[in-house]
Every structure is written in structure tokens, then in C-alpha cells.
Design a protein around this ligand. Structure first.
Ligand SMILES: *Cc1c(COP(=O)(O)O)cnc(C)c1O
Length: 471
């Protein structure tokens, strides 16, 4: 085993070529700056997806608003639009700064996708969107629906009968299955969710109670996806939601950016050259955080700085991006076990599609320990009364790392090459160090993307909380 080759190279030569692999393999918390990030004009010019694609997805979600109001009464208040709150968390900021003896620049905000309607996680964006698009395509093709119709008719019998001839199939660590299962069953599709061993029991039970077929595997996410793909193969009446490669999912996630822009405006938060926006996104296979970050880059350009956050045990995106191999490498290749309490992020091999598409857009990646996620879970509950699942805390470490990690310090220096925004301080006198805090950082918005948690049963949440208090 010692001498096993990985993509034709020995473990030793991998580590020599990419020293960061030593830290990843040792499960150390690690930060990586993306040396291939490009200015937005250049990045967007080389990208196969554009703002027109994001806007098309947004209009499709608008068309379905009438359906949501009819089918899910809890969405009536928001006019059938599934959206989550944006909130400032000053008490959490103070607690983190005090405990870590490290300043967080700017103001600290949280985006509560944990509280999205219907499935309580970021998957309510991409996962639900892909099922809606599938339903719309089928209904248009059948001649039962026109784009300008009131989509509440999708709840009626002819549509239920139409969709019952089709099945939807997906592999998941839990939350994607939950989103896709719930919306598919509601529309009348037959639906099968292939669950990895990380998936929580309550998610399986909830899905079964809605008539969803749940297949359980004693293996990880990649294997569950492969099973789903195989089951759907060659069947034109079965749509497989491919979390590893789907552009549709990705675009569903990206719509978040258009909506966040409005929320920032409502809160009088400026994003421009002197007021940058830093966003920290928990990352599993990459579609969710990738799609959101992509949308943010199109909306805010060079003023948005996006980072992916992963558990030390499931650092697939950092591994793929730092080596440039994307999905050709898995964490298991380097002896990393892909076992983490952050079940939404328990992915050993990242999406190759997202890794390569996001290469010129993303600022960096970092990893953090399960213990740190647990601890911040309790801390956020105590300071702000917000209860999230462990995965959703991965982004919370980013604002501290920005000023603490050498890799991200270097990122800050590179982002401000003319040192335009360094505060002047007094001229260098003797050994008096010059003040070097970039003022644009103190005028920045730090945004933590909280990706799930509101549907976690109370007993489970209490167990997470207690665990977090103990570490
Ligand atoms: C799925 C998920 C993510 C990450 O999304 P990917 O598309 O897998 O990268 C983050 N947080 C939670 C809670 C999730 O369920």
C-alpha cells in the first residue's frame, strides 16, 4: 500500500510537488489561496455560463411562485418565493473576537439558508429548481402548459397523472434527497433517493412518510450517486439529478445572488471598490456553494470575494483545486477518511464541473475541524439564538482566518496591489512598525452562508449543542 500510485505518481512525489497535501493528509486545518483567480472581465469571458442563464433560472422560479403558494401554504407569506433572511450577528462577532483574540474586520452577517422553506437547507435552491425545470419541460412538451399560465394548475389532477408516469432519482448525503424527495412527491413524480451512510435516520423517515422510496447504502456519497446514475441509465422516463455535473442545479443555486443584492440594498449595505463583500460558503461536492459564488461574482464582480469551507476529513474541493486535478483525485487517495459530523459536506470527491468552472472566480478554500464546527454551533446558539446543523458552521471560521492565516493575508495583499487602501498611519520612525490594516477591510461586509439546520429534530439539535458546549 505504501507504494501505491495515485494518477501515476507516488504519494511522496505528490507531497513534494504540492506541500499543502502534507497538511491535508495530516488533517490539519489548512487555508489555500487560489493563484489562478482572474479579474472578473477575464473570468466571465472564458465561462460557458452567463448572467442570461442566471436570469432565465430566476424567471422560471418566478413562474412557479403561484404553484408554491397553492401547494405549500407556508410560502404564501413570501408570495411563493423561497428565500431566507439576511441578518447581522454582532454578538457572535464579539464572542469570536474575544475568544480567539483576533479581530474580525468590518461587520459580520449571516445568510440563513438554514431557514429556507420546504426543506430547511441550501438544497431548497438547486435541488428544488431542477425538479421544477424537469416538470416544466415535461408539461410544455405534453402541451398541457404554456409559459404564461398560472402555474397553480400544476397541482391539479391532469398534471399529477402526467408526472406519475415519470420518476426522479438522486444520490445524496441527506439534504439534497430531502429537497428533491419532497418537491417531487408533491408534483406527483415517483421518486427514489439513494442515501449514503452519512444520511441521518430522521431524513430517511421523513422522506418515507411522504411516499419517497429511500435506498440505503453502506458507503459514501460518491457510491450513492453512482447507484442513482445506474438506476436511471437508459430510462427516458427517469430523470437523474446529477449533483456532480448538473448545470441546472448550479443555476438554481446561482439565483441566490440576485436576491441577496436586493437584501443588501434593503439593509443599506454598500458593495463597491471601497466596501468589499467577503463570503464564506460550506462546500460538499461544490454545486451549492459554487452556484451561489458564481452568481455573486456575476452580480458584484471584483468586489465579491468568495471562499469555500470544508471539514478537514472531507477536503475534496481544496484537494482538487490546489492540485488542479479537480475530480480526478479523492480524499481517500491520500488516506483521508471522509468521516465528519458535517454530513452535508461529507464528500470525498468534488464536482469536476464546479472545480474547473470556478477556477478563475474563487478566492480560496480552507478546512476546519469537526470540533470547531460543534463549538461554534453552541456559541451561535448562545449569542444569537440561532440553531444550525454542524455543516452550516463551516463558513463561520472564515472571517477569523482572513486576518489570521498567512495564505489569506497574502490574498489581501494581492487584492490591493497598489496598496491604495492601506491606512496611512505615521511614517516609519525607527522600529515603529507602519500601520498596515487595509481600510477597505474595515469597511467590508463579512457574510457567512449558513446552509442548513431548521429542520433538525429538537433532540438531535440538543445533542449537537451539548457536544459543542463540551469542546
Ligand atoms: C449540501 C450541503 C452543503 C454543500 O453543498 P454542495 O453542493 O454539496 O457543495 C452545505 N451545507 C449543507 C447543510 C448541505 O446540505
Amino acid at each position: 500500500m505504501q507504494n501505491k500510485e495515485i494518477l501515476g505518481k507516488s504519494l511522496e512525489s505528490w507531497k513534494q510537488e504540492f506541500p499543502i497535501l502534507k497538511d491535508l493528509a495530516a488533517l490539519k486545518e489548512t487555508a489555500w489561496r487560489n493563484p489562478d483567480k482572474r479579474p472578473i472581465q477575464e473570468a466571465a469571458a472564458g465561462c460557458p455560463l452567463t448572467m442570461a442563464d442566471v436570469e432565465d433560472a430566476s424567471r422560471r422560479l418566478d413562474r412557479f411562485a403561484a404553484f408554491f403558494q397553492a401547494a405549500f401554504p407556508e410560502t404564501a407569506a413570501s408570495g411563493g418565493i423561497l428565500e431566507s433572511p439576511l441578518q447581522e450577528i454582532p454578538s457572535m462577532k464579539a464572542a469570536l473576537e474575544q475568544e480567539q483574540a483576533c479581530p474580525i474586520p468590518g461587520r459580520l452577517w449571516i445568510k440563513l439558508d438554514s431557514h429556507l422553506p420546504i426543506s430547511g437547507s441550501i438544497k431548497a435552491r438547486g435541488g428544488i429548481y431542477e425538479v421544477l425545470k424537469t416538470a416544466e419541460d415535461i408539461a410544455l412538451e405534453a402541451g398541457l402548459l404554456q409559459l404564461q399560465d398560472d402555474y397553480s394548475i400544476l397541482t391539479t389532477k391532469p398534471f399529477q397523472e402526467l408526472f406519475s408516469r415519470y420518476s426522479i432519482c438522486v444520490g445524496s448525503t441527506g439534504n439534497l434527497g430531502l429537497s428533491i424527495g419532497i418537491i417531487s412527491a408533491k408534483l406527483g413524480f415517483r421518486v427514489t433517493v439513494h442515501m449514503s451512510s452519512d444520511a441521518r435516520q430522521w431524513k430517511k423517515e421523513l422522506l418515507r412518510s411522504k411516499g419517497v422510496t429511500v435506498r440505503e447504502y453502506d458507503s459514501d456519497y460518491s457510491a450513492a450517486v453512482a447507484q442513482g446514475r445506474k438506476a436511471a441509465e437508459g430510462n427516458p422516463y427517469c430523470h437523474f439529478v446529477d449533483d456532480e455535473n448538473s448545470r441546472t442545479l448550479f443555476l438554481g443555486y446561482s439565483v441566490a445572488a440576485l436576491r441577496l443584492k436586493k437584501q443588501l440594498e434593503e439593509n443599506r449595505i454598500i458593495v463597491d471598490e471601497e466596501h468589499p463583500l467577503f463570503v464564506y460558503l460550506p462546500c460538499g461536492v461544490g454545486g451549492g456553494p459554487g452556484g451561489v459564488a458564481f452568481g455573486l461574482k456575476l452580480v458584484f464582480g471584483d468586489h465579491a470575494h468568495c471562499f469555500f469551507a470544508e471539514p478537514t476529513h472531507s477536503c475534496c474541493m481544496l484537494l482538487g483545486m490546489a492540485t488542479g486535478e479537480n475530480s480526478r483525485l479523492s480524499v481517500q487517495d491520500f488516506g483521508i477518511d471522509n468521516r465528519t459530523v458535517a454530513d452535508g459536506l461529507a464528500v470525498g470527491r468534488a464536482s469536476g464541473f464546479v472545480g474547473s468552472l470556478m477556477r478563475p472566480f474563487i478566492s480560496g478554500c480552507y478546512t476546519l475541524s469537526d470540533q470547531r464546527m460543534y463549538h461554534m454551533l453552541s456559541q451561535l446558539a448562545d449569542t444569537e439564538g440561532l440553531y444550525l446543523e454542524p455543516s452550516a458552521l463551516a463558513g463561520m471560521y472564515g472571517p477569523l482566518l482572513l486576518t489570521r492565516s498567512p495564505a489569506f493575508q497574502e490574498y489581501i495583499r494581492q487584492s490591493d496591489p497598489d496598496r491604495k487602501y492601506l491606512s496611512q498611519g505615521s511614517p516609519n520612525q525607527g522600529d515603529q512598525p507602519q500601520q498596515t490594516t487595509p481600510t477597505w477591510l474595515s469597511d467590508s461586509t463579512q457574510l457567512v452562508w449558513a446552509t442548513g439546520g431548521s429542520m433538525v429534530p429538537q433532540q438531535e439539535m440538543e445533542a449537537y449543542y451539548q457536544k459543542g458546549k463540551a469542546c
